[in-house]
Design a protein around this ligand. Sequence first.
Ligand SMILES: [Ca+2]
Length: 368
Amino acid sequence: MNWIIARKWCQAHYIDLVAIQSREENVYLNDYLPQQKKYYWIGIRKLKREWNLVAINKSLTPEVSNWAPNEPNNGKGNERCVEIYIKSAKNSGTWNDESCLRNKTALCYKASCRPDSCSGNGECMENINNHTCKCSQGFYGVRCENAIKCRELASPAHGSMRCTRPLGSFFYKAECEFHCEERYRLNTSSKLLCGPDGQWTDSQPQCEVSCQLDSCSGNGECVETNNSLKCRCFQGFYGQRCESAVLCSIIQAPRDGSVICPGSTGELRYGSTCSFACHAGFTLHGTKVMMCNASGEWVGEKPLCQVHRSLLMDVVKWVVAALTVLPIIVWVFILYQRKKKAKQFGLNNDTYSDNPPEVYRNSAESLI
Ligand SMILES: [Ca+2]
């Protein structure tokens, strides 16, 4: 029967003309089949200038080709079908392109592949009396029944992991997503896929502490180093998280004066200022405004309130004037007293004397 009828016959009684997919099969067929005078048709035909394995509709590859020397030669100009020499005198087990109209024995095959022959994870290849599975990426085994496994992952410290595992735990096609607690950040991708080569798309993620707005209490610069944080405190603050402020001591008002520290709420921090003033009549001597520095010390000397100089001078003038006038007043008073005594004894003598006149004394004695 010619090639076309041979194929139809095979399709009717078996599956198709044999689809040879390896060179070893040629050896097997040559050993196994009996010799036929005109040899056998096999399931290879030229379609659109390419040799095609018609049963599985695949192009013939050089690795599978087993042409006899100088073949295919299209010797008669219409050689578009392929025969196999079985137990020939020479080139036994090799192929020759031949006219499809020639009559030869049909070499059929019986299917061995079933829909689940390769577990749905590979391509089933028909062989003589058997089949083999060509597994898809990510699968292995005689029936491609095993999936490649990636190494197991775990939830990171201070984080969580959630996986979808269509083929089982951490097998090919598994997807794992990672999340970190507040104040922590993933150091790699948040989503990992298990690839067909058994490798995750990234390394196991870890949650590392990350700088937040309040990591340094808003009083310093946050720096991330080796999964830890470091605070560089601004001037006037200290502590691991810059949580403490440098404080200056409470400053007292000067005597006869007052002090005002604007904006302070009891604590006098770095940068606080205090202004001094004196009561009326006093003058401020020294620093009018003092500032708390980054070391917790006041800058400047506390001022003094002293009496106003003009007022002091007025007081001095009054005292001097008083001291000048007072002796005169005393002298006038004494003089007045003496005159008064003289009048009392009838003596009209303007001449001043510490001793009263004898006349007066005698008269007095005479009165006694
Ligand atoms: Ca030929």
